[in-house]
Design a protein around this ligand. Sequence first.
Ligand code: UDP
Length: 238
Amino acid sequence: DQTHPRFKRVLLKISGEALMGDQGFGLHPPTVQRVAQEVKNVRDMGVEVCMVIGGGNIFRGLQGSAQGMERTTADYMGMLATVMNALAMQAALESLEVHSRVISAIPMDQVCEPYIRRRAVRHLEKKRVCIFAAGTGNPYFTTDTAATLRASEMACEAIFKGTKVDGVYDKDPKKFPDAKRYGDVTYDEVLQKHLGVMDASAIALARDNHLPIIVFSLDEPGGFRGILAGQGTFTRVH
Ligand code: UDP
């Protein structure tokens, strides 16, 4: 691939729901495969790729605690859900002959690697995709915060947040046809206007570490690669 990419190292954050396709729950293998292909396209440009995948397609801590479960236990279940999603993504990447490592914030040596920062950096230098699992390893956080944390630690140049729409809008574009997309927006504006990009702690952490967030549509085939090649529509939070 001869195109000169805009960034050398990025982190792709997707929700667990992005992997469930049209089902209401769990993993939809063709969808996982399609996302893996998008990652391969970018990796093939020579870009070093980190990934953080949520767990909301399987379990969310807040839902569990709403049903009477202790919050921390429910959050650990949510973190374990992200490990399942990470393993599914690794299998899909492997089927495309993309080398990857699942790296968990909670050690589980038989399943994946523990998180050791220098080791993860080394994997990236060797062009292996690093899939960071189990969030931050702490309850009361989200995988958006984990994405910002890992992107900062790995010195990524941007977080790519894959969503169902091609950027950040002033209102829900699926409900309001007159919704307007922002081209650029500041972290503070996202926080003040409660624009649903990521949760507030993730936005604040990105702001403090000067980490731009590129919000784009993961449903657009070739969209991830296109943006790195300088095409397509997206919103840049910076
Ligand atoms: N979680 C957590 N700490 C973290 C990251 C995640 O406790 O650092 C738990 C939390 O319960 C959350 C669940 O894991 O609800 C799944 O993550 P998230 O809701 O961020 O997934 P997404 O919405 O992106 O699919």
